[in-house]
Write a protein that binds this ligand. Structure first.
Ligand SMILES: Nc1nc2c(ncn2[C@@H]2O[C@H](COP(=O)(O)OP(=O)(O)O)[C@@H](O)[C@H]2O)c(=O)[nH]1
Ligand SMILES: [Mg+2]
Length: 179
């Protein structure tokens, strides 16, 4: 009798949102390869295995948003996605608006029923007076709640605030889903 090894597929989450809001930086923090001196962060459009604990891995797909070509390519990366992490920058209110206008409609179209969480990025910039408008934590939370998000996160890749907690909670959501 032959033995067939059946491996459990690694849970997959896709990180999406407008360009320049810090998606790749979060992925790099989770991978442990973030470099704060790197002004230019190449976008992967790639799937990375992130080790949550030594024996627990999830795959994170960092999806590049821009351009006509990528609009058609993006849904290919959504295949088998079990959770979307939709990001916006708290200092870029347009990126929050895009969640409603573009990102939620897109995942509802291509991945009906797949849950999502919303994440406000770059919270270290809240203290800055360089921005006309800064989304507060309460506003982010209310926005997430009224737009069908499973949970609301906030983080800063620069200071690492909430980066680890967010990964652990995302892992828990994925794990619960596969039980
Ligand atoms: N201040 C601050 N800057 C950030 C943070 N995360 C990313 N950035 C910067 O924002 C720019 C875009 O980041 P990136 O991760 O490439 O965004 P992406 O296009 O959404 O993948 C880069 O210059 C980063 O250094 C953050 O938490 N705080
Ligand atoms: Mg990127």
């Amino acid at each position: 009798m032959s033995t067939v090894a059946i491996s459990t597929p690694i849970p997959k989450a896709c990180i999406i949102g407008d360009s320049g809001i810090g998606k790749t930086s979060i992925t790099l923090r989770w991978l442990g390869t973030y470099n704060e001196y790197n002004e230019y962060i190449p976008t992967y459009l790639d799937i990375q295995s992130v080790h949550v604990y030594t024996n627990e891995t999830i795959s994170i797909c960092d999806v590049y948003p821009g351009g006509e070509y990528h609009c058609r390519l993006r849904p290919l990366y959504y295949k088998d996605c079990q959770l979307f992490i939709i990001c916006f920058s708290v200092v870029d209110v347009q990126s929050m608006k895009s969640i409603k206008d573009l990102w939620i409609p897109e995942i509802k179209h291509y991945c009906k029923g797949v849950p999502y969480v919303i994440c406000g990025t770059k919270i270290d910039l809240r203290g800055s007076n360089e921005y006309k408008y800064i989304v507060s934590e309460e506003e982010g939370y209310e926005f997430a709640k009224s737009n069908g998000s499973l949970q609301y996160f906030e983080c800063s890749s620069k200071t690492t605030q909430n980066i680890d907690t967010m990964l652990i909670q995302i892992h828990q959501i994925l794990k619960k889903k596969s039980e």
